[in-house]
Every structure is written in structure tokens, then in C-alpha cells.
Design a protein. Structure first.
Length: 132
């Protein structure tokens, strides 16, 4: 299987960062693109905590979260991934698992590298190989 596109989903945690050496090594080995994904969870569907949020307030919170995510992704890409041939930043809004699966399909991701809780890093095929 040819590996041309690697996805690294991040939540900006220390655990997510543990996958970076693997991401960088794999992208150098395969001369692959790195797709870095951060998912902003959409808060409007949550029940209110202390009263209702107005649509303007939700919009402001989501806009702030998007700007913050953009800044953090830029910092990570500039600091850790500068030696990689190509990296593409993605910010999605929604459920992280669903958005990861959508991006795998939309970008034809070959490999996903992500950290779990603790010291483990998981590497998985992004999509099923095409059968002849």
C-alpha cells in the first residue's frame, strides 16, 4: 500500500503530542502529506447550564474557539512539523470521531496516527485498500 496522506488528529493535549515523533518519521519515510485536524465541539446542542445561550453568544464562543484553534495549529505546525514535506491544517466543528471519519474519506487519508490515554500511540490505515 502506498502512503501519501497521513492524518494526525489532535486535541492539543500532551498525549496527542506524543504522536508527533511517529508522524514526522512516517512522513519523512513515505514523503507524505500531513493532515493535522482539530475539532471544535459544537456547543449549541448542549443543554443550558444556567439559562439559555443566545445565538449571538454561541456564535461568539465558536468564533473564539476557531481563532484559538487556528493559532494553536499554526504554533504546532511551525514548531514541530517544519521539516515535513507538506502539512495541511484542518479545523472542523462537530463530534471529533465523526469529523475524523469525514476527513479520512474527503482527503483519501492512507494512515491515521493518534495517541490514546497514557503512553500508547496508535497507527491505523485510514481507509480500506481498494480491491481489484
Amino acid at each position: 500500500m502506498e502512503i501519501k496522506r497521513i492524518l494526525w488528529p489532535t486535541d492539543f493535549s500532551g498525549n496527542a503530542e506524543k504522536a508527533l515523533p511517529y508522524v514526522e518519521s512516517l512522513t519523512r519515510q513515505y514523503d507524505a502529506e500531513i493532515h493535522v485536524l482539530y475539532v471544535v465541539q459544537y456547543i449549541a446542542h448542549h443543554e443550558s447550564w444556567y439559562g439559555e445561550f443566545g445565538k449571538n453568544h454561541i456564535h461568539e464562543l465558536m468564533e473564539w474557539a476557531h481563532k484559538s484553534a487556528t493559532r494553536r495549529l499554526n504554533q504546532i505546525c511551525d514548531k514541530y512539523l517544519e521539516g515535513c514535506p507538506l502539512y495541511i491544517r484542518h479545523i472542523a466543528i462537530g463530534d471529533p470521531a465523526e469529523e475524523i471519519l469525514k476527513l479520512i474519506e474527503a482527503e483519501n487519508i492512507d494512515l491515521v496516527v493518534m495517541a490514546s490515554h497514557g503512553e500508547r500511540v496508535s497507527i491505523a490505515l485510514g481507509r480500506s485498500p481498494k480491491r481489484s
